[in-house]
Design a protein around this ligand. Structure first.
Ligand code: NDP
Length: 526
């Protein structure tokens, strides 16, 4: 059984506890480092194929009983866990230590989101989405079609490193509420939060085989794709393609939540200070390691200079550093880079842009003055053109390129030229125009005069189009996808006598008279 076993080195005085997990077996280890300090905080055992197979056997055995429970019993279970997450200071501490993000983002975003998504799926909307639906057929009006939703079985949830709670355990809530067992594979960079959730789950006496955590490397994620009945994957396009190929071979469904190149479009009539504040927040929250972040700003020429200056002023005011203990206000806006290769990617995109005529308005380099952590200054690039790497490839780091466009039409053309289509934002005082332009953006969701809030409106589906993914999270759609459908056709209770009469006409032996009636009906009805 993997377990955290080395002493924590988070700068907070309170020690980071060493979580244990319900995951099975150990081979090799994962060394977890605090990206804001460079200190090693834990070492956990990495799961192997054998552990995944054993976890699957246990999940399969436990799932039917869980799936047979009523929505309200499952809801009570998940609500208990959500309250335990809310009330567990250690969890926030672990989250901060392994991701390097400010306290505000750990508790105010990740914990808040987990509570909100649990509220939604454990409440009336979740119950309604899973109810049988009865439809009345047109051509066979004496029949009733009952659509029943069954859990798919065991769902593998594979999560990234940027949001160790929000994109990991929180994505298990919907499949669990749909009656599935879940095996969660967090990123090898940030498994501690998921292990802590497994520990809370077990401490509450909840059925451990229904929710299991398998800390491990990519190979464990691959094995889940070979064993589970469905995969919910959040991560990069490259890995997403591999997951989809594996699921395709097995003909099992997968949901893919992949990267984006989300545009923020600023029209000349926009509230510029508000748009600049939003661009900077959505560009640099969690040091830009946010899937629906603003990856590029497209601003109308006439206001570009003023908008750029407003962004520069906002960025200069940002406070960067390692988070302080959760009980203190850490006074930090921008934390560390969780995944070190993101720094190289940012540097290479900046170098390409500058070599091709872009100007660094703010930032542009690593910070070496903040101890042993991995920090990169929030960077604004002006005079960026749509062909530069930073305009085309996902950055997923603290770089905000500003591209000037002639008008809204050019903004749409540039925005839609990307093969990615995750999210977008449009700024204008004319809301109707904003909505009309939003409809023409080829993305999964758009905010008019706001940013990132689309992730927290759990009532509405959120997902990518084009190469940004398949399927959605949130809304009834985000729950129903974890069910397989079964249609049961029955006679209408008052019209049972019709069925044998029709059957006599439709079935063997075929009659000329029946065909004549059918022809007459086809002419009348269609
Ligand atoms: P990766 O694709 O590298 O990894 C995602 C997960 O997949 C990790 O747990 C990883 O394990 C695992 N994995 C690696 N190889 C395989 C494999 N062959 N089969 C199955 N699983 C595997 O993505 P990142 O962790 O780097 O995440 C960053 C990306 O995620 C960005 O592109 C970002 O935009 C996207 N993202 C999308 C979101 C959305 O909702 N659309 C939300 C958040 C992020 P390990 O880490 O141990 O290698």
């Amino acid at each position: 059984m993997p377990s955290g076993n080395s002493p924590p080195s988070h700068p907070a005085p309170a020690p980071v506890p060493a979580p244990t997990t319900s995951a099975v077996g150990t081979t090799g280890s994962l060394v977890i480092v605090n990206p804001a300090t460079g200190a090693r905080i834990a070492e956990v055992s990495a799961s192997t194929r054998a552990h995944a197979e054993a976890a699957l056997v246990r999940a399969r055995a436990a799932q039917p009983a869980w799936g047979a429970l009523s929505h309200s019993v499952r809801a009570d279970t998940l609500r208990r866990l959500a309250r335990a997450i809310r009330d567990d200071p250690q969890l926030t501490e672990i989250l901060i230590a392994e991701s390097g993000k400010p306290h505000y983002e750990a508790e105010g975003i990740e914990v808040f989101y987990t509570l909100e998504v649990t509220r939604y799926y454990t409440g009336r909307s979740g119950r309604r989405a899973l109810r049988d639906e009865v439809r009345r057929p047109f051509a066979f009006a004496y029949k009733r079609a009952r659509i029943v939703q069954h859990p798919r079985g065991v769902v593998g949830v594979i999560g990234p490193w940027n949001w160790p709670l929000l994109n990991n355990f929180a994505d298990c809530v919907a499949p669990l509420m749909a009656g599935n067992a879940v095996i969660l594979k967090p990123s090898e960079w940030t498994p501690m939060t998921s292990l802590r959730i497994a520990e809370l789950w077990r401490t509450l006496g909840l059925p451990t085989d229904i929710f299991q955590v398998l800390p491990g490397r990519g190979d464990v994620g691959q094995v889940l794709g070979e064993l589970c009945d469905m995969i919910f994957f959040t991560g990069s396009q490259n890995t997403g393609r591999k997951v989809a190929a594996r699921c395709g071979e097995r003909l099992i469904p997968c949901v893919l939540e992949l990267g984006g190149k989300s545009p923020l479009i600023v029209l000349s009539d926009a509230d510029l200070p508000a748009a600049a504040r939003a661009a900077v927040w959505s560009g640099f929250a969690h040091s830009g390691q946010v899937c629906i972040r603003t990856e590029r700003v497209l601003v109308e020429e006439s206001v570009a200079e003023r908008f750029t200056e407003l962004c520069r002023i906002e960025v200069e005011a940002l406070r960067q550093g390692a988070a302080k203990p959760p009980e203190q206000d850490d006074g930090i806006d921008v934390g560390a880079i969780t995944f070190p290769p993101q720094v190289t990617r940012a540097e290479s995109q900046i170098a390409d842009a500058v070599a091709r005529g872009a100007r660094v308005i703010a930032g542009g380099e690593r910070r070496k003055d903040l101890g042993g952590g991995t920090f990169f200054r929030p960077t604004i690039l002006a005079d960026v053109t749509p062909t530069m790497d930073v305009s085309r490839e996902e950055t997923f780091g603290p770089v905000l390129p500003i591209i000037r466009v002639r008008d809204a039409e050019e903004a749409l053309r540039v925005a839609n030229a990307s093969p990615l289509g995750l999210s977008g934002s449009i700024w204008t005082r004319d809301v109707a125009r904003g909505r009309a332009l939003a409809r023409r953006l080829e993305v999964g969701s758009v905010c008019v005069n706001d940013v990132l809030v689309n992730y927290f409106v759990v009532e509405a589906p959120l997902g990518g189009v084009k190469a940004s993914g398949l399927g959605v999270r949130h809304g009834p759609e985000g729950l129903r996808q974890f069910c397989r459908l079964e249609t049961i056709i029955e006679d209408h209770p008052l019209l049972r006598w019709v069925s044998p009469l029709v059957a006599r006409q439709l079935m063997f032996p075929y009659r000329r008279r029946s065909l004549r009636v059918l022809r007459w009906l086809m002419r009348k009805l269609y």
